[in-house]
Design a protein around this ligand. Sequence first.
Ligand SMILES: Cc1ncc(COP(=O)(O)O)c(C=O)c1O
Length: 359
Amino acid sequence: MTYERENIANMHGYIPGEQPDSPDIIKLNTNENPYSAPDPVIETLRHITGEMLRKYPPPTANDFRQVAAQTHEVASDNIIPTNAGDELLRLAITTFVEPGATIAVAEPSYSLYPVLAAAHGAGVLEIQRNDDWSLPRNLAQQISDGGAQLTLIVNPNAPTGTLTSVADLKELAEAIPGVLLIDEAYVDFVDPDQGYDAIQLIGDHPNVLILRTLSKGYSLAGLRFGYGIGHADLISPMLTKTRDSYNTDLVSQKIATAALTHRPFAQKTWEAVRQERDRMVRELHAFGILTTDSHANFVLATIPGDFAGGAANLYQTLKQRGIFVRYFDLDRLGDKLRITIGTPDQNTALLNALKELAT
Ligand SMILES: Cc1ncc(COP(=O)(O)O)c(C=O)c1O
């Protein structure tokens, strides 16, 4: 006897990356920022009083909305704060997809999408990226033919790290019938020299919704805070109807507001990660391990079959040595490892282990 709805009984849940507790583990498996949030952000916690927690928090986190609006040079009406990026994804599906309808996903991508779709009773149109992980030319046609009401594109993509241009996203937004959610969980690690800025699309494209999170760029994965950026007409139904009554708590609102206010601290970590990313790519290539052209805080590395027994074995061997990376036993990814960029010391430890295993 089960009380679950049929689609819930039939679905599988999301499987998160391993979260080992030991401080000795070199954790390069879940794309956290390797540097802690700065003191002025953590200091915020000290100013939280019992009296502040006695009351409900500001329902729509308006202080945060204002700081985010200033940061991105948009209006507060263009921002919806959420319980991290994952809540925005759920809200987008709840708000823009009829149960029984379809979402479109460019694969490989974030494995939570099909889980959220299944819980909602929506189907998933999986469209494979090209061999170089770029978006297929006929993507918009496939989405239109499949009648998808919401299309999810991770940019830079996970787990490949590759970046789609704003021009291509604009073309896609104009060609598809439904909402285009650009999941920018990793966008902070894109080199500013790329000139990438998809937020400029929201003014003229009322179907573009951008996901941002403080989990990666701002070193606050434990906090659970993110936000959506979009046309006010797109944000409004989520803000006024489908969101939980107090979807972000007071403590996270305060810390998140401080994090954006002190953005230059985070920006320094983004640059440090980019430098280490370049080094890792160079050093991995020297082992014959090729990587994608990553614009995120991880690289997707193809492990030759004769290197330490290939990707799956190397993942296990590294784990036994206390170095966690991510292995996906999936189509197109079975010979690859996703390696989060860590501190210089952590990265060197991984490279030293590879050196030993290579000989
Ligand atoms: C592509 C992508 N989108 C969104 C998220 C959501 O992150 P969070 O819920 O921590 O904001 C993640 C987390 O790993 C991710 O990889």
